[in-house]
Design a protein around this ligand. Structure first.
Ligand code: NAD
Ligand code: IPM
Ligand code: MN
Length: 355
């Protein structure tokens, strides 16, 4: 029987609460579809850092490299400064494994109250393609003039031609694959003097390779407004690391809750494992109460199955999520206006998985 090795990193906070629900769903769908998922648990998180001064061991990346895919919960907790915890675990995984595509769907699911008036499932349904390995996320720069009147901080953004072209091409190819030949680029070339004019010039050049695809570009400020005012107009939205990050909380925000949104950190060449996680973080404000919505983690698991080539299983999981949420009697977690717990919603979804 086909067997996959899955590295599981529940991480911090609600990561530890939503992960078991995704694993249960995965076990059930693997049973039905006839393959085996071997879960290898890695308990690396902020507690590890407090104990050892590291988020993961020195050979952590090497340990993960043995797996077919990585399923991650969330990283970060108030006990450790965020730039230490994230640059100690999540960001090195994305970079070391060249997961330069961060694919994040924005979709209004049934049964979730939408904060925008008169929207129904189908009205909001698009994809964010976020650059995931360079851009504004960098450790280049520093604090200068410390303790003097001219003290300050500088932070350098890096846009290589190689890194920019490959994410743009992925977005165009993805739009083709979806049969939705339209790509929108997020820019800010009126304010950022060097990086964004460069991004625009590469978008224009790569766009010429895809004459069948309609292109649009908006400055990030008005793009944010258009996400709220007319989300129907989008198919594939491509953005830099930082712009993609912000848009991929805003997108799920307009669909009612960020807690349902998944995130696929993909190494398209498959030289290294890809990593799947929810868009949300460790939610320290609700951690420990088992009221977190597990849908983002479960949807991330579905994206992992699709990446592994288990497309039927991925579809069964997506259908189960939609069926569970569509049922007016289904348990709903507080972020969706209900009173149910993590486990109850996880159970309801697991039960809807049928061959
Ligand atoms: P967050 O996503 O953790 O929480 C934002 C808000 O959304 C909170 O009110 C939270 O209760 C709510 N929320 C998030 N997920 C939910 C869920 N599944 N069900 C119900 N409600 C949910 O963002 P934050 O507060 O900015 O960050 C908290 C920590 O998580 C920080 O350390 C941050 O760096 C980290 N973080 C990690 C990741 C990741 O690992 N990929 C992503 C985002 C944030
Ligand atoms: C995300 C998160 C991370 C990011 C943080 C925690 C570093 O917000 O995955 O969206 O900005 O990439
Ligand atoms: Mn984010």
């Amino acid at each position: 029987m086909k067997t996959y090795d899955i590295a599981v990193i529940p991480g911090d906070g609600i990561g530890l609460e939503v992960m078991p629900e995704a694993l249960r769903v995965l076990e059930r769908v693997a049973d039905i579809c006839g393959f085996v998922l071997k879960f290898h648990n890695y308990d690396w998180n902020c507690e590890t850092w407090l104990r050892t001064g590291q988020m993961m061991p020195n050979d952590g990346i090497n340990q993960l490299s043995q797996s077919d895919s990585i399923l991650l919960g969330a990283v970060g907790f108030p006990s450790v400064p965020d730039h230490i915890s994230l640059w100690g675990l999540l960001i090195p995984i994305r970079r070391e494994f060249h997961q330069y595509v961060n694919l994040r769907p924005v979709r209004l699911l049934p049964g979730i109250p939408c904060p925008l008036a008169n929207k129904k499932p189908g009205d909001i349904d698009f994809w964010i393609v976020r650059e995931n390995c360079e851009g504004e996320y960098s450790q280049i720069g520093g604090v200068f003039g410390e303790g003097t009147p001219s003290e300050g901080a500088m932070q350098t953004a890096v846009f290589t031609r190689y890194g920019t072209d490959r994410i743009l091409r992925y977005a165009f190819d993805y739009a083709r694959k979806l049969g939705r030949p339209h790509v929108t680029s997020a820019t800010k070339s009126n304010g950022l003097f060097h990086s964004m004019p460069y991004w625009d010039s590469r978008f224009e050049a790569i766009g010429k390779e895809y004459p069948d695809i309609r292109i649009d570009q908006y400055h990030i400020d008005i793009l944010a407004a258009r996400f709220v005012m007319s989300p129907e107009r989008f198919d594939v939205v491509v953005g830099s690391n930082l712009f993609g990050d912000i848009l991929s909380d805003l997108g799920p925000g307009i669909t009612g809750t960020i807690a349902v949104a998944p995130s696929a950190n993909i190494n398209p060449e498959r030289t290294y494992p890809s990593m799947f996680e929810p868009v949300h973080g460790s939610a320290p404000d609700i951690a420990g109460r088992f009221i977190a919505n597990p849908v983002g983690q479960i949807w991330a698991a579905a994206m992992m199955l699709e990446h592994l080539g288990e497309v039927e299983a991925a579809n069964l999981v997506m259908k189960a999520i939609e069926k569970a949420l569509d049922d007016p009697l289904a348990p709903r977690t507080p972020d969706m206006g209900g009173k149910a717990g993590t486990r109850e919603l996880g159970n309801a979804i697991t039960k809807k998985i049928v061959a």
